[in-house]
Design a protein around this ligand. Sequence first.
Ligand SMILES: [Zn+2]
Length: 541
Amino acid sequence: MYRRIHKALSTLLTLLMRPQVPGLIELRDTLDNHNPMRRALLSVLALACLAGAAPKKPKLVLAIVVDQFRYDYLVRFGSEYHGGLARLLSQGAVFTNAGYIHVPAITAVGHSTVLTGATPSISGIVANEWFDRDEGVHVTSVSDSHTQLLGGSGTGSSPNRLLVSTIGDELKMAGAGQPRVIGVSLKDRAAILPAGHMADGAFWFDPRTGNFVSSSYYYQALPAWVEEFNARHAADQYRGVTWLGHKMPDDNATLFGEIEFSPFGNELVEAFAERALASEQLGTREFTDLLTVSFSSNDYVGHRYGPDSGEVRQTALATDRLLEKLFQAVDARVGAGNYLVVFTADHGVAPVPEVNVARKMPGGRINPAAIRAAVQMALVKKYGAGEWVAGAWDLAVYLNREPVARWKLDLAEVESEAALAIQALPHISRVYTLEGMKRGWGVRDSVSQKVANGFHWRRGPDVELIPDAYWMVGTGKGTGHAGPYSYHTHVPVIFLGAGIRAGQYHASVAVNDIAPTLATMLELETPSGSMGRVLTEILVN
Ligand SMILES: [Zn+2]
């Protein structure tokens, strides 16, 4: 609307400035240059045009994902934030009830949602890893046997399993490839999936060498600035350093892996992001560039120590300081007001079951081996001997389709048998099957909707189970985050920058709304699989 008003005002102003236009002669004569009324009218129109002018597009979009950062971390530790998180909270548009609308709430899926707006049912990123029925092998969300790792040895990774476009892809397609798109993280999937197919590069940490690496998908060889960064051996500085009583190893064989489980991993990501900003000259040209940065240490620390630990609090406070450092670097290079920040997380996390039980809350652990065994036993009993389970991860069970085809069994029936066996185990709230989901089977509530949003018909598991709240699939220590409950899915969503109406917004929104909102602000096509809505309430115009 403002564009039409702005255009009309501009046209009138132009006409008044050019008194030779026929039809305006009378008005011109009345309002000659010395006429105070004409001067006043011109001033008013000029001001109106300025006020209504389209906000200029940002030179850089900085998309920050913190890996495993529950919304309540903003509130619980809020008084202790004085850096970047404080800046986001005080100057940004803060959504207090943003969440994911899919299951499983895990890293690859969350990271693939943020800048596509798509659910796994369409994006094809259904988990961190799954059983690929076409290839007959276990794959990860970014594994790609046709690529090589750059800066390390072995197979590389790519976004080829992502079936939809990202904001970065839309920027690239609209700008004839000129905008620059870079992704950075400790984890490959967290660097690759937010950036997208057409990204110039994605970089992640190799815990075997302490280097940042990439893939032959992007480059023939690592860019010189990455080689230079690695040559400084930044990770070595943490050898023997202690945090909250945890001493970093003295030997490089274990040091780099342990760095990930400390706030130091995030320091490396931030330093690398700053270097990418400078070396790729992001946000300094006439195009809008995109830098995606995913801080992974919060996730490693959270899995090991749990959301109620001092370690998680310490890592959140360190993230606050690191974000301020990054913002100051962007302020200096791109200029305050010239960039747009979007901040979110890829999922939340469950309390450690034992911590919950100790405070009279429900909770416990379900042995994944018991799930697999229950399915195997039930199908052997019903259909005969054979290997019936192709793979089982988190909440997902993939059946071996070979005997189903060989014996001409009804897949829906076999899946149902498997589901009944899992449902009979303790602390299983619900079980869904792929064939059942295709037929619209299931309770129609938000949990079922999240499960449906997570089921891709080719890639989805045959059976998906939902444990009772606070119960997790997994043995040992620590905690996890795959399920549909609030503590899994409720995460921060904050926008900060020019064109954003700061304040708190309490309505429920989906993380899927980020991508179409960015597309609108950047005047891009909406990413292809977007399921979100435009957050018009935060837009100044
Ligand atoms: Zn994660």
